[in-house]
Structure formats: C-alpha cells, structure tokens
Design a protein around this ligand. Sequence first.
Ligand code: SF4
Ligand code: SF4
Length: 125
Amino acid sequence: MNPAEFMVNDKCIGCGKCIRVCPGGILYMGEDRRPRIKEFEEFGWNGCWQCEHCLAVCPEAAVSILHHRPEDSLPVPEPDTATPVMDALTASRRSCRRYQKRNVPRDVIEDMISRLANAPNGGNK
Ligand code: SF4
Ligand code: SF4
C-alpha cells in the first residue's frame, strides 16, 4: 500500500539521498537502483511523515509524493540573494495592531498559504 503516492521517474541516478533523508525510514533501494517505499497503513510516526524531504533533496527532481511534483515546487533562492533579504526581514519585523477595513484579495491569501506551507510546523500538519 502506497498512500503517499511516492513515485520516481527516469531521471533518477540512484544516489540514495532520498532514502538517507527520510525520517520515517520507509524508503529503500530496489534491486534496479531505484528507491521504493515500504508498505504502511497510516501517515505519522510509523509511516510517512508527509515532510516531503525526499522530494526536496533529490538532485535530479525525480521524486513526486503526496501528489506534489518537483516542477510545481517553489524555487529556492540562492544563498547570496536570500541572506540580505532574511537579514532585512529579521531586523524590520513588527507586530501589526491596526488594520484597514477592507478585504484581502483571495489570490493574495492563497499565495500566502502556499508559501507558509513550507514553514516549520508541528508534525507537518
Ligand atoms: S515524505 Fe518524508 S517521511 Fe514520507 S517518504 Fe518522503 S521523506 Fe519519507
Ligand atoms: S534522491 Fe533522486 S536521484 Fe537520488 S536516489 Fe532518490 S530519486 Fe534517485
């Protein structure tokens, strides 16, 4: 049973990174040098943690899981670009206590949810 819909395409080079990073320990290398997923009954501690680390670390963008494909993932900024932005965000962060009386456009909310889904959270919920 593969409820996580773990799939590997032909770009896989058999490096094993997805297997080494899997916190649930449910990935293994098949005899054809392609990663496989063990059978599990439910998501969580004893199965797939839904962390998507396997998708994230694959150097060949060969892993799809939980119906998420590498080509649909947000690009990761280069460190040279990300560092000054992170510094600016950390230094200029403020709490908002006063709000405008107008609705936030739906596409803005959906974009924020998409980005926040990549932030650390409890149990990948
Ligand atoms: S999503 Fe996480 S726990 Fe599930 S197979 Fe991938 S690395 Fe392992
Ligand atoms: S990380 Fe990607 S290339 Fe490496 S074994 Fe896993 S699927 Fe194949």
